[in-house]
Design a protein. Sequence first.
Length: 256
Amino acid sequence: MKAGKATTFMLAAVAVCATAFVMAGCGGEKADRATAGNMSKKAYINIGQIISSTGVAGETSKNVSYGVTTAVNEINSNGGVSVNGVNYKFKLMTADDKENKDLAGNAYNNLKDKKIKALISPVSVESCKEIEKTVNDDNIPMMIPNISSGDVGSYDNEYRVSMSDVQIGEKAAEYAYDELNVRRVVTFREDKYAGVVDAFINRFQSLGGTIVTNNTYADAAGITPEALEDLVNASPDLIFIPDDIANAADHLDILN
């Protein structure tokens, strides 16, 4: 089965990081030259991934894990990566934090004991925050596949795959204004994605657009029939509701 767009993007991200992972794990060019004559053509680099099998982030973790696993399998099936004449393939190892930041440290230590050379971060902000300093101090490269919050990702060893909340909001505003020719927008603001909405509003208004109203909601059920009636009366060109993809169907059902 060929990877979809999201998986292909993850594959590209892993591939871009691969050489850095190998160089960091093997001590650089000098070490590679020293071992090139002794290693087989199927040398392996251990990559760790912290998953969340339970909790609100469970579904997100499942999707991210699928993407990472597919990416690693595709890289390996295409021969892996070659650094200074040595061919490397990846072994993916997992540990579960159960979306509990108090378990994230144990999950990381379990992977470190298995001699990982790189880490795919937990999907939750709190778990990532719990371990990121230690991972940086251990000089292990860490890829953050899904977190857009500015609360993580500031260490030199970290590579963020997704855009930040501010970048998402600003790019969405530019696309709406420049490409969709939108001028009047209704926004729905939920605490988790407040940074995205705020960035969207600021950028959209700076381009000359109008925010008709900015609604606050707790979840999909918070988009009430009364709120929808207000939308009709406001006659917006666009309704902007940043949220988890798992909630998209609920939003569309209500809006339809």
